[in-house]
Design a protein around this ligand. Structure first.
Ligand code: ZN
Length: 151
């Protein structure tokens, strides 16, 4: 059965991101927020750098690595979304994204292109591909000595 026009559009946007990823390639400058994570079930590997200014605003997100289209597209989409946000807003978006790909309803607009990955909820084996970059962001920016924030 043919894909709907909308599914085709989503697929094209995801492929565009994976073929021409935004913010790919690490910077030379040091950052406190650097991490490497992998998804052994698929073989996806990502290195992520997050640059944050003194006010807690994310000024740049860079990634490198290799993996399937979904993992790379997700990292590209995430970088687009996070730059300019505060760390706190970023953490909230990561939580929303995690809920979305598990099939839960969230406010999709702030996730921009990343919301298109909501379709992976139908493919449980791919959920970890989609969330790898976001998990890396959460780990890389978690307050020192704590895995979770309680405020
Ligand atoms: Zn993957």
């Amino acid at each position: 059965m043919a894909l709907s026009k909308l599914d085709q559009l989503y697929r094209q946007v995801i492929l565009d991101h994976s073929n021409h990823p935004h913010h790919k390639g690490l910077r030379q400058e040091a950052t406190d927020h650097l991490i490497e994570m992998n998804n052994p079930t698929c073989g996806d590997v990502i290195q992520l750098q997050v640059f944050v200014d003194e006010a807690g605003t994310i000024t740049d997100v860079r990634f490198d690595g290799h993996g399937c289209s979904i993992s790379m597209a997700s990292a590209s989409m995430m970088s687009d979304v996070l730059i300019g946000k505060t760390l706190k807003e970023g953490q909230q978006l990561a939580e929303d994204f995690s809920q979305l790909v598990q099939g839960n309803a969230v406010n999709e607009a702030p996730l921009a292109d990343a919301a298109l990955l909501g379709g992976v909820a139908k493919f449980p084996a791919r959920i970890k591909c989609a969330t790898l970059a976001w998990k890396a962001f959460e780990r890389a920016t978690a307050p020192n000595g704590k895995d979770e924030t309680h405020e």
